[in-house]
Design a protein around this ligand. Sequence first.
Ligand SMILES: [Zn+2]
Length: 304
Amino acid sequence: MKKDELREELIGIPCIIDCHTHSGGLDLHNFLNQSYPSAQNLPDLALKEKLAGVGYFITFAMPSTFYSLDASLESFPYEKANKCLLFESSFTKGAIPFLSIWPGEEEQKQLSFAKEVMSEGRLFGFKLHSVATKTKISDLEGSVFIDFLEKNNLPIIIHTDNHNESANPNLVLDLAEKHGKIRISAAHVGYFDSHFLEEVGRFPNVFFDVSPLSRLFAKSTRGQIKINPALNYDSPSKLLESIVGMHPDKALWGTDEPWTSLIGKGEVILRSDPTSEVKILESLPASDKMKLSYVNPLKFIFGE
Ligand SMILES: [Zn+2]
């Protein structure tokens, strides 16, 4: 589907939009280490989303790429995964494909591919996973991607977490300070980082997604993510309610499917999927649900 067609379909017809999913191939890290998830194709993801009552979903490649394994396997990072994703989205309803990027590696080749996709009307935005690409969020500064995003009114989703300095959510705010026109979504609520959640309100161009909520909740209550005293950890629903209460215009609903589940060494700690994530979303008051899963995503995707 083309961007103009999607806008026409979405405006004025409220539905649930998932702002963070992965599809279009393999996750080599998990595949080679016998971990989960290792693969997901886009039609299968679409089926899961449909069963959950989700209308549309932003989707991008698995974090790892052949390029990170052996640069001779692709002429630029994420080449195979991005191409597979675009092909599969051409016959899969509901998919909103974002291209994965890797700052500092074959940037011109990545950019010319993005331009080609844009000329077909099918470029919706970019995704950066700094940990998987062994880069830092701040490496975007000075890359060809910043200028391109600014000139073409495109959004970017950036992975954040609390155990890699390269993915520190506060680096998103530094970037937003310098580039007030680029819409950025910091993935995973910035891992509930106190400074990030206190400051993000000052940045009109910054959003954050709440994916994968059940997993983030489980990690928090198991001591793997620092508890933020401003949030309510009584249940996943209470946690979501407190996040939305703090920043009603910034939160984007998302699942991170197939990273909804929490896997330990050889054991399944938590099993979730889009259907159970939608149940948590449905526990919100109707107006909050609408903001999180429809109003805010539209602002993020189209900038309106
Ligand atoms: Zn993800």
